[in-house]
Design a protein around this ligand. Structure first.
Ligand code: ATR
Length: 267
């Protein structure tokens, strides 16, 4: 049976095995998908060993996405732009191929499942770390009217804006309302929120948090208090997995049914 795994550290609580197990059942594919605890020193050797033993594909998660990127022989355009790899597979001639499905997973969740087109929209993205870098190319591919990156450390927002051809700002200098606000800061992990002005939200504003949880995230609570609807990143988690599954198996699984099952399980 074809073998797949997710490598990261920590890894025990990864939802990827159950997500891919569900996809395999849904699409009637015969495969196994397990977890691999990544080793800080031996990560690259672990990856090579996995493929040497005929493993078919790996997902890569924190903190190894940049190291996975660095060891690839061939990279997709979106992986190159992201500077990070979350999906690995072995090419026909033994070359290690790296892709990044995080951004496309998020964009498909927003545009397909949430039915929020990004085309011609004024988009504000909060944060300028790895998570944001990973989604910028797929977001820009949707041809939004503008993309503004706001970050606590403005220099990081500026560097990304220069690279991707969009706008940068501090939180304090943001003015006027946006159509879509995407939170890509890790602030919600500690239950905090960047200093966001009320005026950023108008009657049409829709908010997306790359984080998710059983409870409404602090960012979506802020949106709710300002009258804006939105969604959390559970669909992004499932969406990036679906894109990886598609790369490996050339079959695109349905994501909406799994998101609703996982949502029920979290309650
Ligand atoms: P990730 O891989 O999750 O993107 P990261 O690369 O460490 O992690 O980036 C974290 C992002 O969250 C950064 O944009 C960070 O802002 P700084 O660049 O100024 O550090 C942002 N962030 C983290 N905690 C924050 C907080 N309490 N308020 C605002 N922004 C925060």
């Amino acid at each position: 049976m074809d073998q797949y795994a997710v490598v990261g550290n920590p890894i025990a609580h990864s939802k990827s095995p159950s997500i891919h197990g569900y996809f395999a059942e849904q699409t009637k594919q015969s495969l196994t998908y397990t977890t691999l605890l990544g080793d800080d020193i031996a990560f690259e050797a672990q990856v090579r060993d996995f493929f040497a033993k005929d493993g078919k594909g790996l997902n890569v998660t924190v903190p190894f996405k940049e190291r996975a990127y660095a060891m690839c022989d061939v990279l997709s355009k979106r992986a190159k732009q992201a500077g990070a790899v979350n999906t690995l597979l072995m090419g026909k001639n033994g070359e290690l191929f790296g892709d990044n499905t995080d951004g496309i997973g998020m964009v498909r969740d927003i545009t397909h499942n949430q039915e929020q087109p990004l085309k011609d929209k004024r988009i504000l993205i909060l944060g300028a770390g790895g998570a944001v870098r990973g989604v910028l190319e797929p977001v820009l591919s949707e041809k939004p009217k503008s993309v503004t990156i706001a970050n606590r450390t403005v220099e990081k927002a500026q560097a990304l804006a220069d690279h991707f051809g969009c706008l940068a700002s501090s939180f304090e200098a943001l003015e006027g309302e946006f159509d879509i606000i995407i939170n890509g800061t890790s602030a919600s992990l500690s239950g905090s929120l960047p200093p966001l002005k009320d005026e950023l939200v108008g009657a049409q504003t829709w908010c997306y948090d790359m984080m998710y949880g059983a409870e409404r995230t602090v960012f979506l609570q802020w949106a709710h208090e300002h009258g804006a609807n939105g969604a959390d990143g559970l669909g992004m988690l499932v969406g990036q997995a679906a894109e990886a599954f598609y790369l490996w198996r050339q079959v695109r699984p349905d994501t909406a049914s799994l998101v609703s099952i996982m949502r029920q399980q979290m309650e």
